[in-house]
Design a protein around this ligand. Sequence first.
Ligand code: NAP
Length: 246
Amino acid sequence: MLRQKTAVVTGGTRGIGFAIAKKLASQGANIAVIATRGGEAAERATETLRQTGVTAKLYLCDIRDSAAVDETAAAILQDFGAVDILVNNAGITRDNVLPGLSTADIDDVIDVDLKGAIFVTKAFVRSMMRKRSGSIINISSVVGLMGNRGQANYAAAKAGLIGFTKTVAKEYGGRGIRCNAVAPGYIATEMTAALGDEQREMLVKNLPLGRPGEPEDVADAVLFLAGDGSHYITGEVIKVDGGMYV
Ligand code: NAP
């Protein structure tokens, strides 16, 4: 149970992040959601979290902006008192073969998927150090472990996130803070909705478990890493990929 705990979930308004936020809320954690877009859908997602009986609040912040991240973290700490669980989930793709990747495609993906997670972690780690406890979970990707044609920028960012995870695990283990990564495979969300039918069939055909993953499959792994059941695990990468990278 995560009652009395507070979790921050970046990109928690939809897709995998929303499933993670719902899973943590279902165990009693209060939730601070960070996303760039407000509006009806984001408000509805936050209201869904509240309906589980926890406190949930949406903070609009572009995690590429380190000053905005610091301000948002200060507001969250003011509102919730402390943060016990941080899930760096926000991410984007800008896919193309290497010669086709624009400088903006490279910058955008590294800025959100890698630098954004570093900024957010940096903004919360001191308060976790003061509490001498915390669980940080970074949502990487199997692509960061095995590479993927057409995703050089994304694979580099997600591999970088794994190096970051291991470093935070080493730097803050002595302060009671654990840091792990989850590496999803092919999960059905808006991010993967752009795949063509042929590409989708090919991906699924090669999966030992024979189906795409659901956001809840990733959320289950995050819940395990967030809670006490994983208290001796840090610096680890858990693949949630239906066997894609066996
Ligand atoms: P998604 O449906 O596209 O959702 C992405 C989330 O990130 C949204 O809530 C979005 O909120 C937020 N976000 C994007 N840019 C942001 C920024 N600059 N600042 C703050 N928030 C931002 O993606 P998803 O499929 O759920 O993916 C979630 C994570 O899992 C990503 O890190 C992704 O790389 C990883 N992953 C996904 C798959 C997959 O198959 N789907 C596989 C492996 C790994 P706004 O739109 O409001 O900004």
